[in-house]
Write a protein that binds this ligand. Structure first.
Ligand SMILES: C[S@@+](CC[C@H](N)C(=O)[O-])C[C@H]1O[C@@H](n2cnc3c(N)ncnc32)[C@H](O)[C@@H]1O
Length: 439
């Protein structure tokens, strides 16, 4: 049997992180052998947890004489951790369950969580060959990254990898399935003889080996405001630099039939004189002008240059230069909110909180028309976007819809619309939602 290894080294990254910290906890340390291998990098205070009694005993025997505190802790997605707030500079977790909120709680400001996990669908092809299915098909970055961000952590890195495990004979496969019993529950040669024979026939027919995909992922997340602050700075400074270029580009190089259609939804649904808040209004482009002709429009934008242009381009509206995340508005101040191509610039993790806050500013029955992402993006800086670095983030369509609903709105329509930027198709989720009565 041969087993490929991922292109990253969890041990190396754990070593680097420990070298810069004064305390670490290794969640689910097993028998402590891997933590021992990293002993040169241990910080002053080292804690390890293990639930399985034989491993707990092994880890205690091995690590306690070296001054490591070994705790018997049940690790699940729900159970609390028996540690103080901000107790650790590094939280390590290799192939064990973890509770995102608890990990965030026990991390010191500036501290880092590093986890390597087997993907829930890691062995699904191998399992299918024995009529079995993944037990935890949802165990993937898509499940944990949003939870870590929601818990207040900045996502530093998410890596996923598909490798292969290869068996040159069926005996090795039998051995493997006995060693990893949860892959094919109840496996024995007698119960699964038909599957084994089918695989043996493949080898007899000339297949050199039986190869199955295997999947791992690694997440690194940090507690601290650094990354979120940095994301906002990149966006503000970026638009200050490219405001003119953005206006010219969206006029001449972007083919967007969706924007006027969604502006028309607001125009048709709200009465003349309605109070409209436009988030991330930009430099006062055609849709802002059109909306300001019918409504009392307040535009908010983080970029001073964009706001300066908007004031010139749409003199009848009011423009405020501010980060929408810090905006303070009285309850029920607006009949509608427009957010065209702006919420995908918020630091990853901020959108659900922001939408809940914004929901309070809209009267019952009021309308939200917003462009959201059509898929997840855990926060990325494009080094040269129209001439400046630019930060983008996004969520799955289901998460986006859920965030809008949780903010007190009823989603009326949520439609993927494809626009063309420099001839390249780019998909966005356009949401039209109405503020629920009593929300
Ligand atoms: C792609 S432009 C869209 C402008 C305009 N809404 C449009 O549809 O053309 C994104 C705008 O959102 C603004 N923006 C991004 N993050 C913001 C934030 N946190 N608060 C306020 N404005 C923000 C940017 O400065 C920029 O003007």
């Amino acid at each position: 049997m041969s087993d490929e290894q991922p292109p990253w080294s969890y041990a190396l990254r754990a070593t680097e992180l420990m070298r810069g910290a004064s305390s670490v906890v290794d969640l689910g340390t097993g028998g402590g052998e891997r933590l021992m291998e990293l002993r040169d990098a241990w910080p002053a205070r080292v804690t390890a947890t293990e639930e399985y009694p034989p491993n707990f005993q092994l880890a205690t025997d091995r690590l306690a004489p070296l001054g490591v505190r070994v705790a018997s802790v049940r690790l699940t997605e729900m159970d609390p951790l028996p540690f103080n707030d901000a107790e650790f500079g590094v939280v390590l977790n290799r192939h064990s369950a973890f509770n995102c909120a608890e990990v965030a709680r026990v991390l010191a400001p500036g501290g880092t969580f590093l986890t390597q996990q087997v993907h829930g669908r890691s062995a699904e092809e191998l399992q299918a060959a024995f009529g079995a299915e993944p037990l935890w098909p949802d165990a993937s970055p898509d499940r944990y990254v949003p939870r870590l961000a929601e818990a207040g952590l900045d996502i530093v890195n998410v890596l996923t990898w598909t490798g292969h495990v290869t068996f040159t004979d069926v005996g090795a496969l039998v051995y493997y399935l006995r060693a990893v019993p949860w892959l094919v529950p109840g496996f024995s040669v007698a119960t699964h003889v038909d599957s084994l024979l089918r695989l043996q026939h493949r080898l007899d027919a000339g297949e050199a080996a039986l190869t199955f995909p295997t999947r791992l992922y690694l997440i690194e997340a940090k507690r601290g405001l650094d990354q979120r602050t940095e994301a906002r700075r990149i966006v503000a400074e970026g638009y200050d630099r490219i405001a003119e270029t953005y206006a010219a580009w969206s006029r001449s190089r972007v083919v967007d039939e969706a924007r006027p259609r969604y502006a028309s939804v607001l125009l048709a649904s709200l009465p003349p004189g309605a109070r409209l808040l436009e988030l991330g209004c930009g430099g006062g482009g055609p849709s802002t002008r059109q909306l300001a002709e019918r409504f009392v429009l307040t535009g908010v934008d983080i970029s001073a240059t964009q706001v300066g242009m908007a004031r010139v381009n749409v003199p009848t509206a009011t423009f405020v230069q501010q980060d929408m995340l810090t905006l303070d508005v009285a309850e029920d101040s607006f009949d509608g909110v427009a957010a065209f191509y702006t919420l995908t610039h918020l630091p990853y993790g901020e959108l659900p909180r922001f939408l809940r806050k914004m929901g309070g500013w809209v009267r019952a029955g009021g309308l939200l028309v917003a462009t959201l992402s059509s898929g997840p993006n855990w926060g990325q800086v494009e080094p040269d976007w129209l001439g400046a670095p630019m930060y983008f983030s996004g969520y799955s369509m289901d998460d986006n819809k859920r965030f809008v609903e949780e903010a007190g709105f009823q989603v009326r329509t949520a439609t993927v619309e494809t626009i063309h930027e420099d001839g390249r198709p780019v998909a966005f989720l356009w949401v039209v939602a109405q503020k629920r009565t009593g929300a």
